[in-house]
Design a protein around this ligand. Structure first.
Ligand SMILES: [Fe+2]
Length: 287
């Protein structure tokens, strides 16, 4: 029997968070949580995360892991709030250190920010396995959208982060620092090598032309057959030129500057200044 998967959709950032748990046991992991953030007032709220916490408590689950598929640029992680309320250890792909270095330079962070991954409890290398109760989870490095992107494979469920989206929508952008369309192509081919019946759970959905509802679950087989950017038979060069053309048309996500500064610290805010308030930086003409 495959793991139980409960999805939570945030309509403000189009993000899907998941609780994956043993088919009949309490052990669980949370993947890609959301801390709500209003950019006009710079005020955060735990409304989305609290819905997830309520589910965990109703189902009497025990949270062993609070995982990120990558460093998100469009929403803040609620990992700190979840850890305080539910426990669990934080985990992310091992190449997060490269992403931390990039943004440490952009935000001109001082020596108080280590950029060595130590903000997270566990850094996962490609192919590494770990346990969620009786279930074995496997980490597949799936870079391209960012260098540190990983997929978590738990039984027949693959949490693919920002690699591929619904078959009618396509794939994730590759124009963030360290992103690369050819690398994303190879990562998606790696996902396509999984058994076709593997359930695929996506990190985002934006609807698609002709579809009026949000969707975030598909299968490897369906993607191979129908994905509009990368179905079976589309070669690397064709994908790269399509992906790069589309990336040139995209604006930066509204929350990239605030989100990245919080997410690279595993969800902690920067240390407060002398007056007790924490501040984020806005680099001018730098992104
Ligand atoms: Fe992303």
């Amino acid at each position: 029997m495959g793991p139980r998967v409960k999805a939570f959709f945030d309509p403000d950032t189009f993000t899907v968070s998941y609780v994956v748990s043993e088919p009949e046991g309490p052990a669980s992991a949370i993947i890609d949580s959301v801390l709500d953030f209003d950019p006009a007032s710079a005020r955060s709220s735990t409304r989305s995360a609290d819905a997830l916490i309520a589910y965990v408590r109703e189902e009497s689950l025990s949270v062993e892991w609070i995982l990120e598929t990558h460093l998100h640029a469009d929403h803040m992680t609620a990992a700190r709030h979840l850890e305080q309320e539910l426990g669990g250890r934080s985990g992310i792909g091992a190449r997060i250190t490269e992403v931390q270095e990039t943004f440490k330079a952009l935000f001109n962070l001082g020596p108080e920010f280590a950029a060595d991954g130590s903000d997270f409890d566990r850094l996962f290398a490609d192919g590494e396995t770990f346990r969620i109760g009786a279930m074995e989870a496997r980490v597949l490095a799936t870079p391209g959208h960012t260098p540190a992107c990983v997929t978590y494979l738990v039984g027949d469920a693959a949490f693919v982060g920002d690699t591929i989206f619904m078959p009618d929508y396509g794939s994730a952008r590759t124009d963030f620092p360290g992103g690369d369309a050819a690398t994303l192509y190879r990562s998606i081919r790696k996902l396509f090598a999984l058994p076709p019946e593997t359930r695929m759970f996506l990190c985002h959905d934006y609807k698609a032309p002709g579809r009026d509802h949000f969707a975030w679950e598909t299968t490897v087989g369906e993607q191979r057959e129908k994905n509009v950017h990368l179905h079976e038979g589309i070669g690397e060069a064709a994908f790269v030129s399509l992906r790069e053309a589309r990336d040139r048309s995209l604006r930066m996500p509204a929350l990239i500057l605030p989100s990245v500064q919080v997410n690279l610290r595993a969800g902690r805010f920067p240390p407060p200044e002398g007056n007790g308030t924490a501040y984020l930086k806005i680099p001018l003409n730098a992104l």
